[in-house]
Design a protein around this ligand. Sequence first.
Ligand code: SF4
Length: 326
Amino acid sequence: MTETEKEYLTEPVIRVGVSTCLLGERVRFDGGHKHDRYLTGTLGQFFEWVSVCPEVEMGLSTPRESMRLVGDVEDPRLIAPKSGTDYTDRMKVWAQKRVEELASAGLHGFVFKKDSPSSGLFRVKVYNEHGMAQRNGTGMFPREVMNRFPLLPLEEEGRLNDLPLRENFIERVFAYYRWTRMLEEEPTPGGLVKFHTAHKLTLMAHSPKHYTEMGRLVADAGKRDWAELTAEYGAQLMDGLSVMGSRGKHVNVLQHLMGYLKNDLSSEDKQELLGLIEDYRQGLVPLVVPLTLLKHHLNRYPVPEWVDQQVYLHPYPKELMLRNHV
Ligand code: SF4
């Protein structure tokens, strides 16, 4: 394990919220669970889970009657159709209190259970007065989480089976963790410059436009109100990283990195690396292939310090093997 990778495992920990039933706890309305082994097995090595079950924590028993969202998509009611009980107000009061508790837990992301009227994040069914459903709602609790923590990376367990979405979510969690650490440990213009410099190539692989706009904010550090400036920078950072990377943008970054080795590599080494970058561009090999060779050469030859410090080279622990799939 490299020093950079060890750093991920030191305090303070990466703390991620999770719907309790995904951890294997029998808290569902029917007395069951929805254990997700990728979360507990793989991600659990790197994240400390903070579990939340809205329905049980607001005082309901297990098993219990099932619920659904009803009415206005933007402001639905939470109803148990069998008994007709309306749990909306009770859930809202509980959720507002719970997100305040979570603020002191210092979360770096949240994984929600899909399809649940209480916990689902995307495309949750909302029923109209005729009992017809449209899949365009958000569960009651994620709605509060989004309002309280607008920058927090959020996902659903089902979407994490999509490998590019998985890679993107995990990259955002680690980036948000580094961002909050910078704000806690080095909240100065110098700290911001260092953070921005280290994320240059990461941002280039997602959204060069965001990188340029964020550079303007960094240039203003020291002249503008710090809280306002970092709030804007943080929003741009998380927005920029939400833009999915593409093969074309990764190829640009790889070629840019290769440029620092142009006087060191033999023509055979250059041809080999260019060949792998081209294979990646054509979709014949995953990103990890040209990147591994490039990192090997970057370790062999002297390159500017800022190149070595690029988060792009180590965005998350290699054990997660995320670049084997993008
Ligand atoms: S989906 Fe949410 S409310 Fe339902 S059991 Fe899981 S954590 Fe609890």
